[in-house]
Design a protein around this ligand. Structure first.
Ligand SMILES: Cc1cc2nc3c(=O)[nH]c(=O)nc-3n(C[C@H](O)[C@H](O)[C@H](O)COP(=O)(O)OP(=O)(O)OC[C@H]3O[C@@H](n4cnc5c(N)ncnc54)[C@H](O)[C@@H]3O)c2cc1C
Ligand code: FES
Ligand code: FES
Length: 502
């Protein structure tokens, strides 16, 4: 096992040993390499000032330069990857087109947010050069500016976009990626001293190694680190031993398995002994490794579960979606986790594994109380299976938050209804933000089943729903407000459906 990291920064190969491996990427860039163009403002993934581009070599050889928040990514997670900071954009003294556009459009005032915006703009150009659709409002939703105002930044974005091909030329040298891919296939066991504390990071390359490492009771599992990185920066979490899953290819991947088809294990990459179950019953099923990111989820849902798209697009900003994982959201177990109402309403199942084998848990049985899970200390979440809506099913997701972009939910809901003509054949409903866990609304479901598809039916369902929950009052909303939302979401569902068909 390798005991040190190798990564590239702005084209230069770096080896990292000892305590530095446990720093956040932004702290290392600034303190270790003196690349102070990367700013730290919130240290919580909220403002984008610390945005850098990262490419991880893929088995396919295809490189995707993605913007991420460097303040909540640990250095040991970047072994084998290439990081480009704002210092790496200019070439031979000439500003990159994104930088030039910001200058010409007056996109910067105090300048503190500017490197982050420039890197997010570069990320948008990289997406465009890959042929992906580009919507700058979404692309820049992970960046905050408090003094320039966004108009001139959007003008700069529009101007930069016309020269988006520069980024492919600038990053054309991919000679590092051959070694990077080899490094990503190796497992790591790094030890070092950080502020006088002996630290260790175990970074397995296979599921078997990950499960073996999971036997260490002290080791804290980390995937995308978008939850744990925030806790680390706030000093609320100080594990001495990290178990980093981010290079376990077999826990990644996402695919849709059609009815009756055997799971395409090669597509998913999971080893057969961790596959758990055979061919999918019923309709099509989304099958994902827990390391599937929100960007991966968005791509698949855009094709096969369009109703989830609006909520997924409001999940963090691009920097969060590129690294935050489905498994991390599930295991973090927040009652306002945005994936959970969808997973509950579609009756997803989770496969969890330990050295002793694999078991399957229905998602609504996974949560025992606030952040209390049916997951033993030696188990990992290894697969998520979510049936997709059948043709004719109606699925509606609602996320209510104080801000549209990059905000934590006050209330979430998923309503999934199967119709039989004018009658409701079955309903599956889940609410978040109304209790210590996401709640499956079984009494409300029973009140809807067999009823005519009318406004009166949904009005009554709202009344049943408010009797089924006891939401708290907190900084995001009062109990009364949440009850009102729980009631109204049924009328919204009914009327939106009337508009859709009429
Ligand atoms: C700025 C910002 C915006 C955000 N916006 C949203 C949002 O809109 N909606 C939302 O729901 N969340 C949001 N989040 C929270 C977070 O991004 C998600 O919960 C994300 O999916 C967590 O995934 P991760 O891989 O980063 O988890 P990590 O931080 O790596 O881990 C989270 C937890 O899961 C455990 N874990 C991870 N994988 C496994 C596994 N396979 N087996 C066992 N345990 C595992 C870890 O030990 C840890 O306890 C946001 C976070 C930030 C910082
Ligand atoms: S410093 Fe704000 S997102 Fe990193
Ligand atoms: S230019 Fe001052 S915060 Fe954006």
């Amino acid at each position: 096992m390798r005991d040190h990291l190798v990564l590239w920064v702005n084209g230069i190969r770096r080896e990292v040993r000892g305590g530095d491996a446990f720093l956040t990427l932004s702290d290392w860039l600034r303190g270790g390499l003196g690349l102070v163009g990367t700013k730290i403002m919130c240290a919580e993934g909220d403002c984008g000032a610390c945005t850098v581009l990262v490419a991880e070599p893929a088995e396919s050889g295809h490189l995707r330069w993605l913007p991420i928040d460097s303040c909540i990514r640990f250095l040991f997670q970047l072994d084998g990857c290439h990081v480009v900071t704002v210092e790496g954009l200019a070439k031979d003294g000439d500003l990159a087109p994104v930088q030039q556009a910001m200058v010409e459009c007056h996109g910067s005032q105090c300048g503190f947010c500017t490197p982050g915006f420039v890197m997010a703009l570069a990320g948008g150009c990289a997406a465009k050069s890959r042929g992906e659709p580009l919507d700058w409002r979404k692309e820049l939703s992970g960046n905050l500016c408090r003094c320039t105002g966004y108009v001139s930044i959007f003008e700069a974005a529009a101007r930069a976009e016309t020269e988006a091909t520069w980024i492919a030329e600038r990053f054309a040298d991919d000679s590092w990626a051959v070694e990077g891919a080899r490094l990503r296939r190796e497992s790591l066991d790094v030890h070092g001293d950080l502020d006088g504390v002996a630290m260790r990071a175990t970074c397995p390359a296979t599921v078997a190694e990950a499960l073996a490492a999971r036997r260490e009771p002290e080791a804290r599992v980390v995937a995308g680190a978008t939850d744990l990185g925030v806790l680390w920066n706030k000093g609320k979490l100080r594990p001495r031993h990290w178990l980093d899953l981010s290079r376990v290819v077999d826990l990644r991947g996402i695919s849709v398995v059609e009815a009756g088809q055997a799971p395409r294990l090669t597509a998913l990459g999971l080893h057969e002994e961790h596959a758990g179950v055979g061919p999918c019953e019923g309709g099509a099923t989304l099958v994902a490794g827990p390391l599937a990111t929100w960007t991966d989820m968005l791509a698949v849902c855009s094709e096969r579960c369009g109703e989830a798209v609006a909520v997924l697009e409001a999940f963090g900003g691009p920097q969060i979606r590129h690294v935050g994982t489905l498994g991390g959201n599930i295991v973090n177990g927040s009652p306002i986790a945005d994936s959970l109402p969808l997973l509950f309403a579609m009756e997803a199942t989770l496969e969890v594994a330990s050295g002793a084998g694999t078991r399957t848990v229905p998602i609504d049985a996974f949560y025992k109380g606030y952040k209390q899970l049916d997951l033993a200390a030696d188990e990992l979440l290894v697969r998520v299976r979510m049936p997709l809506p059948a043709p004719g099913d109606i699925l509606r997701l609602v996320k209510v938050s104080r801000r549209r972009d990059l905000d934590i939910s006050t209330f979430t809901s998923a309503i999934h209804v199967r119709r039989d003509g004018d009658t409701i054949a079955a309903a599956r409903i889940a609410f978040g933000g109304v209790g210590p866990t996401v709640v499956r609304m079984r009494r409300t479901e029973a009140a809807l089943a067999g009823q005519p598809f009318t406004e009166e039916t949904f009005r009554r369902a709202g009344e049943v729903a408010v009797g089924e929950i006891r939401p708290l009052t907190d900084v995001r909303g009062s109990s009364d407000y949440r009850l009102q939302l729980a009631r109204n979401v049924f009328l919204k569902f009914f009327h939106e459906q009337q508009v859709a068909v009429g």
